[in-house]
Design a protein around this ligand. Sequence first.
Ligand code: FES
Length: 141
Amino acid sequence: MSETAPISIRRGADGEAPRTVTYTVPWRKGMSVLDAVLWLRTHVDASLAVRYSCTNANACKECVVSVDGKTAYACTARLPRTGVTVAPLANKPLLRDLVTDIVPPKERPATHAILRAAAGMCKDRLDLPDFETLRKKRERG
Ligand code: FES
């Protein structure tokens, strides 16, 4: 690792106390914030949640986050050598880490449950029975 940059990321899930973790990533001129986050997921912590689809095409609009307090697409926001602070959008429901619920309300009923389940919060937030309860219910017939 020749040149590095710091990147602070707000982490946590809905209902948890948020924590900011500062990492050091390899830095190269022109790299994006998403490049840094994906490097962290690959090399440091695979549990870091971030949503993206097109990487650098600025087409999917799924990587929207807060970069130094401003709404930005992580795939087009450049990581300066001095680093940045990345957080989930403050005006959207938090799912986990950098992932917020950005689904338009009219599309919400089907996708909302899937996103909540993916975030591991379906039991608490949707009052769904857990796997063990379903298994016992099936065994009873
Ligand atoms: S990853 Fe698609 S717009 Fe950023």
